[in-house]
Design a protein around this ligand. Structure first.
Ligand SMILES: Nc1ncnc2c1ncn2[C@@H]1O[C@H](COP(=O)(O)OP(=O)(O)OP(=O)(O)O)[C@@H](O)[C@H]1O
Length: 314
């Protein structure tokens, strides 16, 4: 433990609520300076894990190191090195943006310049506005301002863009890209696959309290999961039933060329589609929502080609 290259190291983390094993032997490590996303369905154990890392919740077992210290016993000096943006917004509704950010800055030994922070989250024009008069997206930006004004080495963001419109989400991403450039380590939980894909250097998928996959967004699920899928239809001889065919391949162009010579009807392959699984397809396959990237079950028809698989998907 306490490898200086890692901002966070977690091994075999466990937490139970009554008879619910919320975290069940979870392992992960976050490099310094990286943006790390934790994805998972509702109830997977993400918030519990993050709260343990923040020192807000006790664990039942496992080892945890955050900025070299155990959050369960860490002191105030440690706390001033982390920033936290919670799911629920702060409620000092009568203070202005300027007052609130300046007020929070005084809690920290080495804060950033509060006015620069307000500017960096795009709220300069709202500095004199009471926080209750901010829109949801502006409120979230203020939450981030409060999370970063202490100049944290590590920032926790719990579902930062839930409820944002697409434009607000994209400006928030720009804000985080800027934070990345300052070397701040960010650990965020999100339900949005596009968010993880855009922002994260690495992604952990959590299900049933365990990390079931951990990789870069491009490699999550393995290279095989991102192979192109060619889909088309074939009709049985004599006008019989239509079969939906599907094949995974690294060489879709060559495959379609070959398919066109054997399966085209009047020059066209019926129902032809070439798709590459998105991160969302891979993720949904992993958490068991849609078997998007699983191999076909036994007993389904397959091609003679030993490298690739084909199935009748009906
Ligand atoms: N304080 C608590 N008391 C009892 N059970 C809890 C408590 N907090 C969470 N749980 C349960 O533990 C499991 C994990 O919850 P957790 O909030 O960590 O999941 P999550 O992945 O953050 O979910 P979401 O995406 O919905 O926020 C869930 O089954 C939840 O109902």
């Amino acid at each position: 433990m306490t490898d200086p290259d890692f901002a966070v190291e977690v091994h075999d983390l466990r937490k139970r609520y009554g008879d619910k094993q919320a975290v069940d032997g979870l392992d992960l490590s976050v490099h310094r300076g990286e943006i790390f996303a934790v994805l998972g369905p509702n109830g997977a154990g993400k918030t519990t894990t993050v709260e343990i890392l923040e020192g807000f919740r006790n664990r039942d077992g496992g080892s945890v190191s955050v900025l070299g210290a155990d959050p369960a016993t860490a002191d105030r000096a440690w706390r001033s090195r982390i920033g936290i943006v919670l799911q629920t917004a702060n409620d000092q509704a009568e203070l202005t943006v300027h007052e609130l950010v300046h007020h929070f800055a005084r809690y920290y030994p080495h804060p950033r310049d509060p006015d620069e922070v307000i500017e960096s989250v795009g709220l300069s024009e709202k500095a004199g506005t009471r926080t209750r008069q901010l829109s949801g997206g502006q409120r979230r930006r203020l939450d981030v301002a409060l999370g970063i004004v202490g100049n944290p080495e590590l920032l926790f963001l719990d579902e930062p863009t839930t409820g944002f419109d697409p434009e607000a989400r994209h400006s928030f991403w720009d804000l985080l890209d800027g934070l990345r450039d300052t070397g701040t380590t960010v650990l965020l939980t999100t339900h949005y696959l596009d968010e993880a894909e855009h922002l994260a250097d690495r992604v952990a998928v959590v299900r049933d309290g365990q990390v079931i996959a951990l990789d870069t967004p491009a490699n999550l699920g393995g290279r095989n999961a991102r192979r192109a899928i060619v889909r088309w239809t074939e009709q049985s001889a004599g006008g019989g039933p239509v079969h939906h065919r599907e094949q995974r391949t690294d060489t879709p162009t060559a495959f379609v060329r070959d398919l066109a010579t054997r399966a085209a009807v009047d020059g066209e392959v019926p129902g032809l589609q070439v798709v590459r699984p998105s991160l969302e397809d891979v993720y949904l396959g992993m958490i068991g929502e849609v078997p998007a990237v699983e191999p076909p079950p036994d007993g389904r028809p397959r091609t003679a080609d030993k490298d690739d698989q084909m199935e009748d998907v009906r």
